[in-house]
Design a protein around this ligand. Structure first.
Ligand SMILES: [Zn+2]
Length: 47
């Protein structure tokens, strides 16, 4: 049933991956620039 699916999704919550487009370093949501190379171009993936 869809009720169970919605409960599972609520429990897990949305997961986002922040990754530098230049060097591929994984960043935190609070980072507005790459901590490794300083690039401000950050890719966001919903998984
Ligand atoms: Zn970088």
């Amino acid at each position: 049933m869809s009720i169970i699916t919605s409960l599972v999704q609520r429990y897990r919550g949305p997961t986002r991956i922040y990754e530098c487009r230049r060097c591929g370093t994984t960043l935190r949501a609070s980072d507005d620039a790459c901590v490794a190379c300083g690039a401000s171009s950050i890719a966001v993936y919903d998984v």
